[in-house]
Design a protein around this ligand. Structure first.
Ligand code: COA
Length: 361
């Protein structure tokens, strides 16, 4: 049971949208968000952070589902206005190639309070939502999983991978590429507007890409970290194509003088052309006082591998591609599928939207 039309002895279900403080339903959205934070072990979220997240959710036009207990809880326990389970959805476009885009139901914020686990609440929410998506004309649903072993039974399968890389940018580092554009440093805040514009260019040329959620631009520009504070360590470089169009950017941070070798970490690198990609890497490789560039969310298919002058420069952790660091997004036709065990991929949470491969189902 996780259909708002359905209720049982123990639980009732509500579906609603994210709203601002002035709206009478604000408290419901706020408590829903607190429940999500609890499910993912976050610190208690401040009112200010909640308002920022709700604003991003409004930009995404997310639908929020909460499951609530019917009975009055015992003294001192959380009041029944806090959902015992949460489930969020939004709609985005998936590039399926040949210039075609497919409306896709994205699923997020799946939590069930520990004290209500294993009563079939997740199954109820997922089944009701996929049926609703199918009725709404969706042919595809996608999610990024924190726990990979859960979703195979609902018909999801692995669709994409990323890997963690460390690149030695010492004296040996060279990229075989003659620059055609230029790279300039910018105030990272420009990414609040530019990041979605550049990503849009990438999205249109990348089969398997899903349009990014609003939170990306806040994160990559340093405007907002997970705890709501500004990330003042973020720096940004833009790539200009020969015609002056901005067709790539990298947002990055210095890992600090205590990290040896001295390292720059890539937060986000988005490039609409191979030239922009390689020239942003040439820039990263040229940063003084830095000996290594790390990227926890690097693509598996990477022109850098073929353009590096020396293999020694690119250090790929030996197990990264197959397990441990593989991150994935799942795609499935919008109907609950028969139970199918998922392989034992170990995954971490992420919001990666570029999917290099799309399964054939
Ligand atoms: C994971 C979670 C959502 C499961 O909710 P739940 O209501 O207890 O799940 P259900 O009772 O509906 O179980 C549905 C199925 O998933 C399985 N399942 C549940 N949790 C699982 C887990 N952690 N690993 C593997 N399988 C799991 C159940 O065995 C059940 O299988 P079956 O119906 O095929 O027999 C809940 O434990 C939770 O909120 N955990 C913390 C947050 C989290 O991990 N969210 C998922 C992010 S990707």
């Amino acid at each position: 049971m996780a259909d708002p039309k359905e209720t049982n002895e123990k639980y009732n279900v509500k579906r609603f949208r994210s709203v601002g403080k002035e709206n009478p339903d604000y408290g419901q959205a706020r408590d829903w968000l607190r429940a999500v934070g609890f499910g993912f072990h976050d610190e208690q979220r401040s009112d200010e952070l909640i308002d920022k997240i709700l604003a991003m959710y409004q930009a995404d036009n997310r639908e929020l589902t909460g499951v609530y207990v019917n009975e009055e809880p015992p003294l001192h326990a959380l009041n029944p206005g806090f959902p015992v389970a949460t489930f969020g959805t939004l709609e985005n476009k998936l590039n399926v190639g040949f210039g075609e885009e497919l409306r896709t139901r994205q699923i997020t914020a799946v939590t069930v309070r520990g004290t209500h686990r294993r009563h079939g609440i997740l199954r109820g929410m997922m089944t009701a939502d996929l049926a609703d998506a199918k009725d709404g004309g969706f042919a595809m649903a996608a999610l990024t999983a924190s726990e990979a072993s859960i979703y195979g039974r609902f018909g999801f399968g692995v669709a994409t991978f990323e890997r963690s890389i460390k690149v030695d940018t010492g004296p040996k580092f060279r990229i075989r590429h003659e620059p055609v554009g230029r790279v300039e440093i910018a105030d990272p805040r420009v990414l609040l507007d530019l990041a979605p514009e550049v990503f849009e260019q990438v999205h249109h040329r990348t089969p398997g890409s899903i349009v990014r959620q609003d939170s990306y631009r806040h994160h990559v520009s340093g405007a907002m970290t997970r705890d709501g504070s500004e990330d003042k360590a973020i720096k940004c470089a833009l790539h200009y194509a020969p015609d002056g169009i901005i067709d790539g950017y990298v947002s990055y941070k210095f890992a600090g003088w205590d990290t040896k070798p001295y390292t720059v970490e890539i937060v986000d690198l988005v490039a609409a052309t191979d030239s922009a990609y390689l020239e942003l890497w040439q820039f990263l490789g040229s940063i003084d006082l830095v000996e290594q560039v790390s990227w926890p969310d690097a693509p598996v298919e990477d022109p850098l591998v073929w353009r590096s002058r020396t293999d020694a420069a690119l250090r790929l952790p030996t197990t990264a591609t197959c397990c441990g660091c593989a991150s994935w997004t799942s795609l499935q036709p919008c109907q609950p599928a028969a139970t199918a065990p998922m392989d034992g991929w170990s995954c971490r949470s992420g919001m990666r939207s570029v999917l290099p491969t799309v399964p054939g189902n």
